[in-house]
Design a protein around this ligand. Sequence first.
Ligand code: BG6
Length: 487
Amino acid sequence: MSDTPGTDTTTFVIFGITGDLAARKLLPALFNLACLGRLPEDTKIVGFARRDRTDDEVRELLREGVSSVGGMEGHVAEWDEFVRGITYISGDLTNTGDYLKLDSHLRDLEGPGSSGRAYYLSVAPNLYDDCVRELGAAGMCAEDGDNWRRVVIEKPFGRDGASAAALDQEIQAVFAESQVYRIDHYVGKETVQNLMYFRFLNSIFEPLWNRNYIESVQISALEEVGVEGRVDFYDQTGVVRDMFQNHLLQVLAMVAMEPPNSVDADALRNEKAKVLQAVRCPEPEHAVSAQYEGYTSLPGVAPGSTTPTYAAMTLRIDNWRWQGVPFFLRSGKALSGKSTEVVIQFREPPHLLMGSGPNAESAKIEPNTLALRLQPNEGMHLRFMSKVPGGGTATRPVDMRFNYDDTFEGQSIPDAYVQLLDDVVRGDQSLFTRSDNIHAAWAIVDPLLEAWSASDAPPPALYRVGSDGPAQADTMLEAEGQMWRAG
Ligand code: BG6
């Protein structure tokens, strides 16, 4: 981890400040950090977007956004002071002159001392390259001494390996990798970070964390919401680019990577890169593409669209630790509920002492599982077999549970952006995706995306809104003698 040397001023420059992400995530997170006293003194926020607006109009828009997510509760007085640090510049993202105007505004705010700037690209992904190029053209990227310049880039980073590489080329022409913060909000989630603490601060699980004791791993991110309101983006993107290439593969990397030598950003990202590079591309016969019924009737969806809103796939990791252990991943929209979790299924005991003779039926066992619940009802559940009290030999699975709500009573789990924006200011890249991690993840899903978009590819399977997903996803696991498990 690194700490930013003391600069005299810190500014967040938010491109696309009038959009949804800024109002619902970025500003609430920055305000929260300000209330906690975790932002450097006198941090400024400068918004940049196309439409002409006054500072006050933008401030009001942001106040509404922060209120709508409950960010003002108990902090109305602090808002008045915070909001004075927000100013707005209108301009065209493709016009160098407008960046020069922005730069001059920033210089006026910063004064003669040293300055830190975080450029946050909260704009449509097809504008990332323009934005980065123009920042370079306006001479706004170079660091010197205590003057730091960082760029924060939202996912999706490219729409395949080739476009991600092209975007990286644009970025690397003007920024060094140490200045680039590719954000994946899943990695900033408290419970996802805890995967590492759980694995590497305890000695009881790590000896079991390999092919000798683990039968399979499941990673699920199931959502109740559909794609209403985001059709333009979603129909071009689909669930694999939206959820697998980034969020789910980052979670997989944290579950499966080797212990890093330290928590230094590069030590961590080296291990993630290594494990992602060892993941074999899934064959189409080990993957399911599906779409919820009624999706193609949504306004804005292309007629006959085959964009998957659900996918499941079996991944294999070709290394010593994981050889032969399937990793089952699934994610989808418009399902019966929201649930994100990792379920580790352990192998059966080598010999069933209580599993033979006249009581064989009552001794039927369920595998041990460890469910890491990432959201909601955050916690961990260990399931094992127990004898049912009484004279007989009946057994049943029981749970040992750790729930955040009970254990950390009164401490709410902060939104991922709070941690991530704090890290940007402190210059800690540990929770941000390095270029090689992005490319390794695209290399896993690219062949599948290509196969699914071929003209002779079968259409996605259909599933009912509010269901648990398509039957084909169950069949995929049954073929491996397994079933989806909930923790
Ligand atoms: C975003 C995706 O990155 O993550 C959305 O674009 C998805 O489609 C969201 O709904 C899920 O995030 P969370 O934090 O609600 O699980």
